[in-house]
Design a protein around this ligand. Structure first.
Ligand code: SF4
Length: 491
């Protein structure tokens, strides 16, 4: 077949591979001027019309969106706001396709998803890139084979733990010690829980629906008040955490808070529901320096079991969240698996592949890893893959050996003794004095209720800092420059 070239540039970049599937006769003339790739999109939509009336309303909308996108890309007169809006709608459409055809999708729907991805990217005038596809990376056993083989060996009990610990500690010292210093750095940060309203049903979480827990959402003033308490305790890096209820925790809410924190010279990062690329861009512009987004488990079957309904059920929307954040300009990308949900070896292998994929696509971003471990789950849920302390330490050592320059993060879910030990080995960022309930840092009205999970290490931040100092580490409270975007409040 003669190779046809589409004059819509983004569609050419997806390539002439569509040709093989195409019927040379077009039954729809709406896009007659635009050869083979738009033809492919149209054919798919005609199929939708034919498959039943229930879908036809949506398919008509999608056809109209295609036409608008085509006009914006071919002409040069669409405003940036208009192009941005079209890109957002195309992005949403793409995730609908990925969700709908997740397990059984015919191949052309993957290609449609790619075409839409490239279209959205082109509409907002970002640099050309191959379509997003971390799903392929996490399941490709040939990817990073050597690194993964080394990692698997480290989890083997025949490898003495102390050898592993020595290697991880050496690498951490080498990459996290400032020139001229004999102490390597460790950052202390605090989580700030903004809201425990959540529409999701994650079976392992204290905030899940339909659980009856005291719910609270902090308004902007209350959130800033909590941040000021943390500032008085010394923190300059705060992780904003919230449940997923988009009616309350909007991008504007987060951006307003990030702005207020930047004025107080606090660098915020977020651990919130996955956002669209446009929302991440708004957060980055407001001074948010990083996104933490745990996949929880990379085992898709178990993922669906643990997230039976709510927006978190969408595996791809979550899996690609860090990539959207990086494209939007976020500097620090935090990955994680929730230990207890699935086989930790398999999840670790998938997370390492995911991280390798992100590092290849965004070499300037800082990668961070965290391994939250379920100690106590809500009634009715027992984590099926309990992880003991030795495996826990080995997993962190694996991360250090696989990614020597990555930030390794540890929360107060773990007891003080284990945290001290891991801090000496490989941890570079650690929370301290945490509360996991919204408003939990103001104790004037007694202890707060509505925690996401119980805090195990209850030491004050200055006590934690004292222990780390005594262990020969340099405690820092500001995020390293490489992890921080320059906010517009900085000189
Ligand atoms: S894990 Fe997050 S999304 Fe799931 S119920 Fe808890 S707060 Fe909501």
């Amino acid at each position: 077949m003669r190779e046809k070239v589409c004059h819509v540039p983004f569609l050419n970049s997806v390539g002439p591979r569509y040709d093989a599937d195409m019927d040379p006769k077009c039954r729809c003339h709406q896009f007659a001027a635009c050869a083979p790739h738009v033809h492919f999109l149209k054919e798919r939509h005609l199929g939708l019309y034919e498959r039943g009336k229930a879908r036809s309303g949506l398919a008509a909308e999608e056809l109209s969106l295609l036409k608008e996108a085509e006009q914006a890309l071919l002409g040069d007169d669409a405003s940036d706001v208009r192009r941005q809006d079209l890109a957002c709608r195309i992005e949403r459409w793409r995730y609908r396709i990925l969700d709908e055809y997740r397990d059984t999708g015919p191949p052309q729907d993957r290609r449609l998803a790619d075409a839409l991805d490239i279209a959205a990217n082109e509409l907002v005038r970002r640099d050309a890139r191959p379509p997003r596809w971390p799903r392929g990376a996490i399941s490709d056993a040939s990817r990073d084979r050597d690194r993964l083989a080394r990692a698997a060996r480290c989890l083997d009990r025949e490898v003495p733990l102390e050898d592993l610990v020595r290697r991880a500690a050496q690498l951490t010292r080498r990459h996290f010690t400032a020139p001229g210093s004999n102490r390597r750095r460790i950052l202390l940060y605090a989580p700030l829980y903004l809201s425990n309203y959540c529409l999701n049903h994650c079976v392992y979480c204290g905030f899940r629906q339909p659980r009856d827990v005291p719910r609270r959402h902090l308004d902007l003033d209350e959130a800033v008040g909590q941040a000021e308490i943390l500032c008085r305790r010394g923190f300059r890096h705060i992780l904003l955490v919230a449940g997923d209820d988009p009616r309350l925790t909007t991008p504007e809410y987060y951006a307003g808070l990030a702005d207020a924190l930047a004025e107080r010279r606090v660098a915020p990062a977020v651990e919130i529901a996955p956002q669209s690329t446009a929302s991440y861009a708004a957060l980055a512009a407001a001074g948010v320096c990083g996104v933490t987004l745990y996949q929880e488990t990379y085992n898709e079957g178990l993922y669906c079991l643990y997230h039976p309904c709510g927006s978190k059920r969408s595996f791809d929307w979550r899996l690609e969240g860090l990539e959207r954040a990086a494209e939007a300009g976020m500097q620090r990308l935090g990955l994680g698996i929730l230990l207890g949900l699935a086989d930790p070896r398999e999840d670790m292998a998938a997370m390492l592949r995911h991280a390798g994929y992100l590092r290849n696509r965004f070499p300037d971003c800082t990668l961070a890893f965290s391994l939250p471990r379920i100690h106590q789950a809500p009634e009715g849920f027992t984590p099926p893959y309990a992880v003991d302390d030795e495996t826990f330490i080995r997993l962190y050592c694996v991360l250090r050996i696989a990614f020597p320059r990555a930030e390794l993060v540890l929360s107060t879910r773990e007891p003080a003794g284990l945290r001290n030990r891991l801090a000496r080995i490989c941890i570079t960022q650690m929370s301290a004095g945490s509360s996991t309930a919204p408003g939990g840092y103001d104790t004037r009205n007694g202890p707060s209720s509505g925690e996401q999970f119980p805090v195990c290490d209850r030491r004050r931040p200055d006590e934690v800092a004292g222990c780390l100092d005594a262990a020969g580490l340099e405690v820092v409270w500001n995020v390293p420059d490489g992890s921080k975007r320059k906010s517009r409040h900085e000189p």
